[in-house]
Design a protein around this ligand. Sequence first.
Ligand code: PXP
Length: 250
Amino acid sequence: MKPLGKLRLGVNIDHVATVRNARGSAYPDPVRAAKLAEEAGADGITAHLREDRRHISDADIERLATELSLPLNFEMAATDEMQAIALRHRPHAVCIVPEKREERTTEGGLDVAREENRLAHFIAPLADAGCRVSIFIAADAKQVEAAARIGASVVELHTGAYCDFHAEERLAERDAELARLREMAALAHGLGLEVHAGHGLTYDTVEPVAAMPEVMELNIGHFLIGEAIFRGLDPAIAEMRRLMDAARAA
Ligand code: PXP
């Protein structure tokens, strides 16, 4: 199967804010990073406003919503507070993620199957306000099918397990997870969902995911912001773009 279209790169700028917040200063500015990312070839900007505001702040979201020309993908937990913020700013996309205070990062996908009814009601006003609603899930048929039933437009497949297995050199498990991601991308597309993927992706792990024909967008943050320390944000993003495009063309 040929790729369904151009693969978009969403750059997640959360960890520019992490560095800023480490010193309580005004710099480095995540909005400046977002503008540089656009010049470097990003197709969108992703920012996660966490309940504890550990990186992105309300003021960052306000500025991203007004100053960016790229589409904003607003990541948030399914809470009333976040819904109200999303409805105020009406970003291009809203990605619903699970959130636990004690976790270092978003550890797993959302259990849509368990919360189907609540989530269906939760996302309806967001979709009515014109936001593309995306649901961040593990590569699991039960979750893909539930995401389709609640009326989401997009599923973002969690690539964290695949990337962890790769880093730990557990290659059989990595390949099994990759096969599951491939299968779930096809299932989701067949159910009429647009397919995105992300979490933990690096130069070493991006290509097999970028090559999945149904995947239309990758959201990548932590690795790119880290790599930017060594080569600068523009070259770090440009190299990711090159690898994505090469995998897509192969
Ligand atoms: N997609 C989603 C839904 C996420 O929650 C995150 C992390 O905030 C990412 C993508 C990006 O992950 P990473 O920072 O590991 O590249």
